[in-house]
Design a protein around this ligand. Structure first.
Ligand SMILES: C[S@@+](CC[C@H](N)C(=O)[O-])C[C@H]1O[C@@H](n2cnc3c(N)ncnc32)[C@H](O)[C@@H]1O
Length: 382
């Protein structure tokens, strides 16, 4: 059966997510704000959950309408036949997300209205009163409103896909793996090329690079967290089969040239633990090293440098500018031909540092990263 679907992702990276989704499913996906829309079948839903590196949650779209007041939300939810998606013996819950401040209701109000509508619609169709379980429901519904667009979706993912199975060490400024994977996709890096992250912290960028290089599907190792396995219209055995099929396509013998380094021995110990948990330790070289003195220890010339330098929240403007200038100059010296992709929160200062080290800034895109406004900057040597 074909389903209309949507999936959430980082705001500012929707086009990257749509491209990845299109590649996995072989169909087109349409980028929207913080999400993408597409159509697929049962296998496609499972495949995306197991293989995607950029998506957070994948939903079956069960209603799309326009809503101004709470009654519109209730009415839209009341029209749906939930018997197709929820079994009479299953529990459900609704989460609300309101991305418009001008609405005369809260996200809790929305969730309650949809919950009421689900119970009434289901009882009318089947004669059974569905049970609610807010903590551990079999079926989780979401209602999202942005401007006046109301979406009601059925969650097939559960715990967001950006929570990877390998995070055994939590770096205090860890990058979201879905952002790291998106940066790798944007950078144009190919798995045969040498890659360096000179400030790798807990290793997110090198680990995501290794997962790409070894063609390992990140979701396939966290099957137990997948909401899809509780959904009655998806076959649990099929989830297992597709996971095995994807794992069988992994190229574990491939030896990429990926280096991650950090000045902090504690971070590198953490990165090693994460890489080991990811199953990619032998595919990455992780070393303690000063990014400001790369020429003293770097023994390979990478063609791509990706990094997430300190945001400098507690550093003064002068100090952060000096620091960025030194990093850019150090990279230019040690890896003169490398293309650079960085995520920073002070793009103007970082852009100036790049230019003074002899780089041309090619592109700059803004993303919403929690409460931080971050920018992905790509630059090439002059
Ligand atoms: C924002 S964190 C990187 C987090 C990482 N992307 C992750 O996901 O865990 C910045 C890192 O830069 C490192 N760092 C700061 N100055 C450095 C220097 N001079 N050389 C190497 N690493 C440095 C810090 O130790 C920190 O781990």
């Amino acid at each position: 059966m074909r389903f209309k679907c949507f999936a959430t992702t980082i705001m500012g990276l929707e086009d990257v997510a749509a491209r990845e989704c299109g590649e996995i499913l072989g169909t087109e996906a349409r980028p929207d704000v913080g999400k993408i829309f597409f159509e697929t079948d049962e296998d496609g839903i499972i495949r995306l959950n197991l293989a995607s590196r950029t998506l957070h949650r994948i939903f079956v779209l069960i209603s799309k309408s326009s809503a101004e007041v709470l009654d519109d939300v209730y009415r839209a939810a009341r029209e749906v036949d939930y018997a197709e998606f929820i079994g009479a013996d299953q529990t459900f819950a609704v989460k609300g997300e309101r991305h418009s401040k001008d609405k005369p209701f809260t996200s809790m109000d929305m969730a309650a209205a949809v919950g009421r509508a689900v119970i009434e619609s289901f009882r009318e169709k089947t004669g059974t009163r569905l049970r609610v379980n807010l903590d551990n429901p079999d079926v989780q519904l979401y209602c999202l409103i942005r401007d006046s667009e109301l979406l009601i979706g059925l969650d097939t993912t559960g715990k967001s896909l950006h929570r990877r199975y390998y995070r055994v060490y939590h770096h205090r400024a860890a990058l979201q793996p879905s952002i790291a994977a998106s940066m790798l996709m944007l950078s144009g890096w190919r798995r045969e090329e040498a890659l360096l992250d000179p400030m790798c912290g807990g290793g997110t960028i090198p680990i995501e690079a290794a997962l790409i290089a070894l063609r390992m599907p990140p979701g396939a190792r966290r099957l137990h967290d997948l909401a899809a396995s509780r959904l009655k219209f998806l076959n649990r055995e099929r989830i297992q089969e597709i996971a095995e099929e994807l794992e069988a396509k992994a190229d574990l013998e491939f030896r990429p040239r990926i280096i991650g380094s950090d000045a902090s021995p504690k971070s590198i110990r953490g990165a090693i633990a994460n890489a080991e948990a990811a199953g990619v330790l032998s595919a990455i070289k992780l070393v303690v090293g000063d990014a400001l003195r790369l020429d003293e220890w770097l023994d390979e010339r990478p063609s791509h440098v990706l990094m997430n330098p300190p945001y400098g929240v507690r550093m003064g403007v002068r100090r952060i500018e000096e620091f960025y200038q030194k990093i850019c100059a150090s990279i230019r010296d040690a890896a003169p031909d490398a293309r650079l992709t960085a995520i920073v929160s002070k793009p103007t200062i970082f852009g100036r540092a790049l230019e003074s080290a002899g780089y041309i800034v090619e592109s700059r895109r803004q993303i919403m990263y929690g409460r931080l406004n971050a920018f992905i900057i790509m630059a090439t040597p002059e």
